[in-house]
Design a protein around this ligand. Sequence first.
Ligand code: 3PG
Length: 205
Amino acid sequence: MNVRELMQVAPVIPVLVIDDIAAAKPLAEALVKGGLRVLEITLRTPVALDAIKAMTEIDGAIVGVGTALDGDDLKRAQDHGAEFAVSPGFTAELGKAAQDLSMPLLPGVATSADIMRARDGGCTEVKFFPAAQSGGPTMLKALGGPFTETKFCPTGGINATSAKDYLALSNVLCVGGSWVAPRSMVEAGDWDGITKLASECLTLK
Ligand code: 3PG
């Protein structure tokens, strides 16, 4: 799948921070059962790469790496089974590395200049990050004026209520967020609760 196709699988991409490797598989199962198949595992914990590998074994899961900062991150994640990458920002080096690895990349942008640099690097699908802090839906609507071809996945500070406002915009294909798998529910092993939160996302768009 290319980035646009990945963004169209479901209205929400869960952004996951995995502390305990034992949680990886049941968490992926819970989210997929709820209808959210595209999962972003952030490279923020020591077990993140092993979590990616474990989650790729879950039927239906499409697992990617988040918080990818450079080509080494992409390579390590791809070696562990990651099918796509999400980064907080865009650099030409990162864009080139993704191309060399044939790894779909969803890079972060927050300004017009960011969008133009990403576009120069071949990326017209981007993550608007941090969405709430960078101006929210009204900012995205304004960016839709000059950047007619660019499609966004806003991420950062989004919840079930604000997700609707973003998803109502024609330049938003999906949103990302951690609210569908809160750390407290993961720690408690509340997989049914997470499945319920995930399934509620399907009605947002
Ligand atoms: C992140 O990279 O942390 C994501 O933007 C998730 O943000 P959230 O926790 O505010 O949903």
